[in-house]
Design a protein around this ligand. Structure first.
Ligand SMILES: Nc1ncnc2c1ncn2[C@@H]1O[C@H](COP(=O)(O)OP(=O)(O)OP(=O)(O)O)[C@@H](O)[C@H]1O
Length: 225
């Protein structure tokens, strides 16, 4: 479950970004839309406890994040959040399987090569386990990053612009895989995007518009389900 109320954040030297109040049930899908620079990535960083709000409340996967100390936040994130970043950050020094093992190690989880294999298998990546990231297509590399995000069975998956630079067919396949994987894992899925193709691929999502304050119409609701 994700719940926010009166959430706001001010970057150093920037104007305060005001976010709409959001409520998404555990296992639900949240689509965060909004123009470039509106604050979508900032919202994801707040939901991952990478940033602390300047005002308001945010509760993610049963944890109140507004007042969570940094060290507790790091441990909570490792347990609870799977992140699919726009830049995939796969290490070329490691194989595909090694990249997943590295994610286990970084989260302080026990080394579990069986889970690495099973996760790669579930995403149709078994045959690529011993390849380096540069030996994969863009879509395959993104699937590896999704496998890494799912590996530790997170309660929430945060995906930042998952269809950027994908053509229509690849974007449709990526979104289908993302939502099927999240549903199977019982995880809440959050997709932040300004790609208008995404809404059609995520029927039933709670859709919230992140909007710079100067462009808001006070009577307009910024979220709908
Ligand atoms: N570290 C930072 N320091 C100062 N300002 C920042 C910082 N990071 C982001 N901003 C500003 O905060 C605002 C929101 O940025 P954010 O990256 O969250 O937007 P976005 O909606 O994700 O944009 P895009 O779709 O282009 O990725 C922007 O005006 C941006 O310039």
């Amino acid at each position: 479950m994700i719940q926010t109320a009166g959430l706001a954040y001010r970057h150093d030297g920037g104007a305060e970004i005001l976010f709409p109040d959001i409520e998404v049930a555990q296992g639900g899908v949240l689509l965060l839309k909004g123009p470039s620079g509106a604050g979508k990535s900032t919202w994801l960083a707040l939901a991952a406890a990478l940033l602390r709000p300047s005002a308001g409340q945010i509760r993610v996967a049963g944890q109140d994040l507004a007042s969570l100390p940094k060290i507790a936040g790091d441990a909570w994130r490792a347990r609870s959040i799977g992140f699919l970043p726009q830049k995939l950050h796969l290490s070329e020094a490691l194989t595909v399987a090694g990249n997943l093992a590295m994610a286990q190690w970084a989260a302080g989880a026990a080394d579990d090569s069986r889970r690495v294999r099973d996760t790669l298998d579930a995403l149709g990546l078994a045959e690529f386990a011993e390849r380096r990231p540069s030996q994969l297509s863009g879509g395959q590399a993104q699937r590896v990053a999704l496998a890494r995000a799912l590996l530790l069975k997170p309660q929430v998956i945060l995906a930042d612009e998952p269809t950027a630079s994908l053509d229509d067919d690849a974007a449709e396949a990526a979104l289908a895989l993302l939502s099927t994987s999240a549903r199977r894992a019982g995880a809440t899925l959050v997709v932040a995007t300004h790609d208008s193709r995404v809404a059609a691929a995520l029927p039933g999502a709670v859709t919230c518009q992140i909007m710079p304050a100067r462009r808001r119409n006070k009577r307009e609701s910024l979220c709908k389900s």
